[in-house]
Design a protein around this ligand. Structure first.
Ligand code: ADP
Length: 428
């Protein structure tokens, strides 16, 4: 197997975001959770791999070591080009981690020049004269200036990046970007000849990202937000290694029974739970029962066993704000959250043992707990159900014996009929 593009994302949701963009741009993509420690079967015909790390705010040395391990894995998978993905608001501190990680990756690749381009115009992240804008505001005037871990108080990406690295940071201005691919490439060459190692690149639109992407063919490494993913696949098409009409989001049929697990209390999930309860069997998880030490997962799984063959069912902890307040007052938010997550994770395992092959999980933390309990190491990205929520198939160790389709839904995503309509987007 030869993967074309190897990506390292500095957090999990960033990895999801990038993987989704690559699939939309026609690359069949796997999203791995951390660097695989054992041999792993990614499946057939993969064009891009995204390894998601948790390296955004870890100590610099740790972030560098993890990123280099990810690079090594991707090199062994045969990747031709590498992509270090960070947040579109360039989340970092004066010490790093974007700069030191990028420099370490360049060193390992024996590369002396790369770009820095967090622009994501569709989400209002644009760069002009090297300054990053969030909507109408400079980065330094946006909410990011108060971020608890990575406060961004300077909008000049040239200055911010320069403070983090040993090499030299230059700028490719919008006037050059507007002239297109050849002008951008010439500017990169000129900067390189003048001893610069990084070019912050201005970008205001998706067309700009296409031109910038086209000018990156010769770079071993690019560093960017997920927006640049729009502009890279065309290079592989031009090189004849990616088909023009590649369908990237089809998944192998998984078969199996259907279930929804909801651990999110967000507004969107509340509506989705309501809609599902009206037409399908549902089981409510009570945190007070869990706190009393009752075997709630056992009861839920007994309840499911007699119904699961008849159609999709729902197991949910989702509570309205007043009920949630009462739980928090008596159990504490952290303890209640942990009890519910553990219970839902155990239920997910039990449901898969009962033959569930298509599972929707609602809630970010809840999804993390379920993925861990099922031993999921990665996700092959499939068709989108609603913006930002694709079906995936699990790549796992042997906890999951049969193919498993997973939809991991962030609490506030999706239309009210999400749990009802999602199944039709999957081959049976
Ligand atoms: P979201 O994506 O909506 O933020 P998460 O799964 O990330 O959802 O977070 C929801 C948190 O609330 C989880 O820790 C979950 O265990 C917890 N939770 C869910 N239901 C309840 C409940 N009824 N009482 C207390 N905590 C709950």
């Amino acid at each position: 197997m030869t993967v074309l593009l190897g990506c390292i994302a500095d957090d999990f949701t960033g990895g999801t975001d990038l993987a989704g963009m690559l699939v939309k741009s026609g690359m069949r993509t796997v999203h791995l959770i951390g660097v695989p420690q054992d041999p792993i079967d990614l499946g057939e015909n993969i064009d891009a791999v995204v390894i998601a790390l948790k390296s955004r705010t870890t100590p610099v040395a740790e972030a560098v070591a993890e990123s280099l391990a990810a690079l090594c894995w991707l090199q062994q998978a045969g990747c031709r080009q590498f992509y270090f993905k960070y947040c579109s608001t360039f989340d970092s501190t004066p010490g790093g981690n974007i700069g030191p990680v990028a420099e370490a990756l360049m060193h390992a690749l024996d590369s002396r020049f790369t770009i820095a381009c967090p622009a994501f115009p569709a989400n209002g992240r644009t760069i002009y004269k090297g300054h990053l804008f969030v909507g109408d505001l400079l980065l330094s005037e946006s909410g990011m200036r108060h971020h608890p871990l990575t406060p961004m108080t300077d909008s000049s990406l040239v200055r911010v990046l320069q403070a983090q690295i040993k090499g030299k940071v230059g700028l490719t201005e919008y006037s050059t970007v507007l002239k297109g691919e050849d002008a951008i490439r010439a500017r990169f060459k000129a900067l390189q000849a003048a001893g610069y190692n990084f070019a912050v690149v201005d970008a205001l639109s998706n067309d700009d990202l296409m031109s910038i992407g086209a000018a990156c063919t010769d770079l071993a490494l690019v560093t960017a937000g997920s927006g640049l993913a729009l502009g890279l696949p065309q290079n592989f098409r031009r090189a004849g290694v990616l088909a023009d009409d590649q369908v990237a989001d089809s998944l192998p049929p998984t078969g199996g029974l259907r279930a929804v697990i909801a651990g999110s209390c967000s507004l969107a999930t509340q509506g989705q739970v309501r809609a599902m309860r009206e037409v399908h069997p549902s089981f409510h998880i009570d945190p007070f029962e869990l706190a009393r030490g009752r075997d709630v997962p056992g009861a839920a799984l007994d309840w499911a066993a007699s119904r699961i063959k008849d159609g999709p069912l729902l197991i949910y902890a989702t509570a309205m704000p007043e009920a949630l307040q009462a739980v928090h007052a008596l159990l504490g938010a952290e303890r209640a959250g942990r009890l519910v997550e553990e219970a839902l994770a155990a239920i997910a395992r039990g449901l898969v043992e009962q033959g569930v092959g298509k599972l929707i999980v609602a809630g970010g933390e809840t999804s993390g707990a379920v993925v861990l309990a099922l031993g999921v190491r990665g996700l092959r990205i499939g068709p989108e159900i609603d913006p930002g929520v694709p079906w995936t198939t699990a790549i796992s160790n042997d906890t999951v014996k049969r193919p498993l389709a997973l939809a991991l839904k962030s609490g506030n995503f999706g239309t009210p009929d999400f749990f009802l309509k999602a199944w039709s987007k999957l081959a049976s």
